[in-house]
Ligand binder design. Structure first.
Ligand code: HEM
Length: 340
């Protein structure tokens, strides 16, 4: 146990030192709804240290996991709000269908067992206190910091849902081949604007995509037998090597091959050189004046990107949280509601 706490303390020291946490994001009273960073100050002061220690340990073993945990927060918040609905397994009750089987998540979203590990550690030190939704939010922040990105104070106090929504997961999370107006509409639907969209897409500075998520760009972008002309031909040729016309659906490719484990603004520079991997990345440059200007801005100003990313993450983390004693619950096991 002593070793555990030492590890946790060291991880927090790293997080704070690397990120300069404290006032990065524009969060303040009134701006964050019912959530606030000190929520567990008395009920579970070790909360952030415990999350940070497990995330740091897992990151050391599997450097891609940071990307996966960041994405998990996004996929949680876009469906019913940030309520850990994404973590519920099918329970046979027929009350809901697990989001884990949705198009965006199936064979793609990862990190569920990391949240289980954090939850088990927290149930040990502060039973029935910390929500799974808050664990995801803090793990996403810690993952960003561990890969060299910005830090921010995470407003806390979310509670966990009693249900999940497969159709919500299918319909509300943008797909890589959605048109830009559709993607903008899906963000707007969550209270996020074009600035948030471009900044948060910068999450694709880390992590992987499967071949199946961008294949059409290599062979027949508009069902016309021609590759996407906004994709650099040399890059397209390289991608075709491991992403054939058929087969190899699950083959993995770095979203940012220049620095795939490092959180920086290289993602935007890739887009400028027509090396954005997903269609949804490249259209930010080619189909809308406002998003194009933001891509240029973040490509040339890392500091501004970091500031806006942090601000937009706080905003995303504020999507429809369940708060107060009468909505949702604090799950004991993140995969199941407490009573069913
Ligand atoms: C703008 C709309 C977005 C679309 C269409 C989109 C789409 C995708 C797709 C298709 C993948 C690859 C999945 C696979 O093939 O397995 C992916 C990966 C990823 N996305 Fe997004 N995404 C979007 C926004 C975001 C946002 C807002 C974030 C976080 C702030 C994010 C973070 C990530 C990360 C980190 C990965 C890599 C995950 C891993 O390696 O496990 N994405 N995204």
């Amino acid at each position: 146990m002593a070793r555990w706490l030492a590890l946790a303390a060291a991880a927090v020291a790293v997080v704070v030192a690397v990120s300069g946490i404290g006032g990065v994001a524009g969060y303040g009273p009134g701006g964050g709804g019912f959530l606030y960073p000190q929520f567990y100050q008395h009920s579970c002061p070790q909360m952030q240290a415990v999350v940070g220690a497990v995330v740091a340990k897992v990151h050391a073993e599997d450097p891609r996991m940071a990307a996966s945990l960041l994405r998990m927060h996004f996929h949680d918040c876009f469906v019913q709000g940030c309520d850990a609905s994404v973590l519920l397994d099918a329970d046979g009750s027929g009350r809901f269908t697990t989001e884990k089987m949705s198009n965006p998540n199936r064979d793609s979203l990862r990190g569920y067992e990391v949240i289980d590990e954090i939850k088990a550690a927290l149930e040990h030190v502060c039973p029935h206190t910390v929500s799974c939704a808050d664990i995801i939010a803090v793990a996403a922040r810690d993952s960003t910091v561990l890969t060299g990105g910005p830090g921010w104070e995470v407003p806390l106090g979310r509670r966990d849902s009693l249900t999940a929504s497969l159709s919500g997961s299918n319909n509300l999370i943008p797909a890589p081949n959605d048109t830009l107006p559709t993607i903008i509409a899906k963000f707007r639907n969550q209270g996020l604007d074009v600035v948030d969209l471009v900044a948060l897409s910068g999450g694709h500075t880390i992590g992987n995509s499967r071949c199946v998520s961008f294949r059409q760009r290599l062979y027949s972008q508009n069902n016309d037998g021609k590759p996407d002309f906004t994709l650099n031909p040399a890059y397209a040729a390289e991608l075709r090597g491991r992403c054939p016309r058929s087969g190899g659906d699950q083959n993995l490719f770095a979203l940012d091959p220049v620095s795939q484990f490092h959180f920086d603004n290289q993602y935007y520079r890739n887009i400028l050189s027509m090396n954005g991997l997903l269609n949804s990345d490249e259209v930010l440059l080619t189909q809308n004046h406002e998003t194009m200007e933001l891509v240029h801005l973040y490509a040339t100003n890392n500091e501004l990107f970091f500031q806006q990313f942090a601000r937009s993450m706080v905003k995303m983390g504020n999507i429809s949280p369940l708060t107060g004693a009468h909505s949702g619950e604090i799950r004991t096991n993140c995969r199941r509601v407490n009573h069913f």
